[in-house]
Design a binder for this molecule. Sequence first.
Ligand SMILES: [Zn+2]
Ligand SMILES: [Zn+2]
Length: 334
Amino acid sequence: MKAMVLKEVLPIEKEPLEMIDLPDPAPGPKEILVKVCACGVCHTELDEIEGRIQPRLPIVLGHEVVGKVKSLGSESRKFNLGDRVGIAWINSACGKCYFCQKGNENLCREFKATGCHVNGGYAQYTVVSEDFAYLIPERFSDSEAAPLLCAGAIGYRDLRLSGMKSGQTLGLFGFGASAHIVIQLAKYWGYEVFVFTRSEEHRNLAKKLGASWTGGSDDEPPKKLHCAIDFTPVGETVPTALKFLEKGGRLVIAVIRKRNPIPPMDYAQLLWEEKEMKSVANITREDVQDFLPLAAKIPIISEVQEFELREANKALILLKQGKIQGAGVLRMPD
Ligand SMILES: [Zn+2]
Ligand SMILES: [Zn+2]
C-alpha cells in the first residue's frame, strides 16, 4: 500500500512526510482491516511532526479516518464487510486502571493514540480493534465525515467540559477545523457565540455559521464571556481569554500543546473571582459514539478542503499558516 510516513522530527516546511510502499497490514483476531477513503488533517499532527509531542517513529500519521471494512480478524464480529467506519484518536485504553474504571479512558495510564503510537490513516489501509471503530452516519460523504472524528468529537468534549447553559455567551479563540464545527453545535444548543481570530476569511466563515460578533484576538467583545474555548497554538490567547471572562467563568484550552509559553499572568486581574481554567486531553469512545448521531441530526456541515494523499505536506503547511477554511482532508488513491 501507499502511505505517507514520518521518519524523523522536522519543521513541516522541510516536507518530512515521504510517500512509501508498505506491506498491507493484517488484522489481528479482534481487529478489522479498513480500506481508507479519506483522512482528516489535524493540528496535533503538526505537534508530532515538529516534536512537541513524541510519536513512535517511523509512523503513519492520521487519526480522522473514514473507510470501508475490507476484511475481518478471526474473532471479529461487530462489523460486516463493506461497512463504512471511522477511526478516531483513541486507539486503545487498558480498561482496568483507575481512570478507565471511572469512565475517563481518555486519561488511561496506557492510552495509545492512532497515528502516534500505532499507524493511522495517511495510507490506503489501516487496522483497528473493532471496539475502537464507529459506524459513520449515511448522510455524510467520506470527506465530510472525516473531520467529525477529531475536530468534531473533541469539540463536542470541549463544549461539554465548558459547563455552558442555553442563553449564555461563548467565546471561541481561533477558528479552524474544530471551532467551525463547535459553533454549529453551540448554536444548536442555544448559546450566543463570539469568535476571535486574526484571519478575515475565518471571520467571514464564522459569521456565515452564526457568530453574533467577530473580532481580532485582542478586540473587546460586546459582552463578558461565560465560557471561552481556546483553539489557538499560541500562549498569548490565554490571558486575553481570561480577561474577557465573566466572574465564575471558565476557560477551556482545547489544544494538546502550545507552540510558545503562556505569558506571566496577574492573579487579581485575570484569575480571581472564581474564574477557572481547564485543559482537554484526548477523547473517549463515548464522545465519538454520542457525537456522530447528533452531528447527523443537527446536521453539522463540515467545510472541507480536499488534498491528494501525496499532498499531505502541503496541506499541513497551509494548516500551520492558518490558510485552510474549515477542515483539510486527504483523499486516498484507489
Ligand atoms: Zn486531531
Ligand atoms: Zn486504563
